[in-house]
Design a protein around this ligand. Structure first.
Ligand code: NAD
Length: 360
């Protein structure tokens, strides 16, 4: 058999990895298979200029290999920016396993994935993501040391750190707009009262804010009303209420052509990933004079806790780096204003500048 040409592309249903619209200079794209378990995974290292690539492993029943590749490449590049902006000495990467987490996930599958992570010899460090539990990561850790968020290396659930960073970010946004970060007398609409959202609401209340809350899960709403004296609205109204801050802590794409004209708050700052439906929506917020805290900047507390957790459980460094999210956002807001740019454009530039400096 002839050896494949050195430049032969990896083909995925007509699309090649090298020519893929989301390829964006990836350093490694590994298609991993395990004969025994049927594991099919894609492990990506986007950029290692700042250090080994840290990014979670997602298990999802992708309809096609192309769907899985697109998601892996997009998420992996996103981690490069998130880790760089969070001040971590870590690059960006991601893994996806093509499987249904409810039907196909077994300890053997996770161990097979762990063996492939081990083969990457530390260029990629894995962690939890959608479809993967802390228990699953313990199975992965039986095969490789290149895993974070386990009992041995982690501080446990990253959500409290994500919430701490979001709270710091809301204060930074208030300081930029009002000249003071005081929450006293401010009204915040918290959309989504899950692991992160409820904790954000609790901290806001303790700092003197009035809360408007919404969730599709009624018990979470009832709890916030009872414990935090919050006023409940329907999730569909959360963005449009009279408030100083709108904090999306549930789903992505909540900032779009329909919602943006209805927002009354002067600040949008929350934990949800991928809040802007399209890049044009960032410009639309700016045009309306609404200050937007870029999602990947404000919600980095979780990845900071995973990256910097120490076996002893001392979280002083994690808290320090997480609270620094407020300082980073202040820099972003000031530069955006000075240069007439959107905050998310400035966030990308700050990350790119750090990467370029590391590459020299
Ligand atoms: P979660 O699943 O614990 O909570 C999400 C909450 O949103 C749930 O209570 C759910 O009922 C509610 N919800 C779902 N659809 C809704 C809707 N249409 N309107 C209102 N509420 C709705 O998730 P989480 O860990 O709290 O994460 C929240 C968001 O923050 C997600 O977008 C997540 O990707 C992002 N995020 C989380 C972390 C973390 O450390 N957990 C880190 C970074 C980003």
């Amino acid at each position: 058999m002839n050896a494949p040409s050195r430049t032969a592309p990896i083909s995925t249903q007509g699309m090649t990895a090298f020519d893929h619209p989301e390829f964006s200079g990836h350093e490694q794209v590994v298609f991993a298979h395990d004969r025994e378990t049927g594991l099919r995974a894609i492990l990506c290292v986007h950029d290692s200029r700042l250090g080994p690539a840290l990014g979670g492993c997602r298990i999802w029943p992708y309809a096609t290999t192309e769907d899985a590749l697109r998601d892996a490449l997009r998420l992996s590049r996103g981690m490069t920016y998130k880790n760089a902006l969070a001040g971590l000495d870590l690059g960006g990467g991601k893994a996806v396993i093509i499987a249904d987490p409810r039907k196909d996930k077994t300890p053997a599958l996770m161990r097979a994935f762990g063996r492939h992570v081990a083969r990457m010899n530390g260029s990629y460090i894995t962690a939890e993501d959608v479809g993967v539990s802390a228990e699953d990561m313990e199975d992965v850790a039986r095969e490789t040391a290149h895993v974070r968020g386990t009992r041995a290396t982690g501080l446990g659930d990253p959500s409290p750190y994500t919430a701490l960073g979001v709270f710091a970010g809301i204060r930074a946004a208030l300081a930029h707009v009002n000249g003071t970060d005081s929450l006293s007398g401010c009204t915040v609409s918290v959309q989504g009262l899950g692991h992160v959202g409820f904790d954000v609401a609790r901290q806001l209340k303790a700092a003197g804010a009035r809360l408007i809350v919404s969730d599709i899960h009624q018990p979470a709403v009832d709890r916030a009303v009872a414990e935090l004296e919050a006023v409940a609205v329907s999730p569909a109204e959360a963005h449009a209420v009279e408030a100083d801050v709108y904090a999306p802590c549930a789903l992505g794409a909540v900032l779009n052509a329909v919602t943006i004209p209805q927002i009354k708050a002067k600040i949008v700052a929350g934990a949800a990933n991928n809040q802007l439906a399209t890049p044009a929506d960032g410009q639309a917020l700016k045009d309306r004079g609404i200050l937007y805290a870029p999602d990947y900047a404000i919600n980095a507390g979780g990845v900071i806790s995973i990256a910097l957790a120490t076996p002893g459980g001392d979280d002083a460094l994690v808290r320090e780096k997480t609270l620094a999210i407020g300082t980073t956002l202040t820099r972003i807001f000031q530069r955006a204003e000075a240069e007439g740019l959107t905050p998310e454009t400035v966030a990308d530039r700050l990350a790119e500048e750090r990467l370029a400096a590391a590459g020299k």
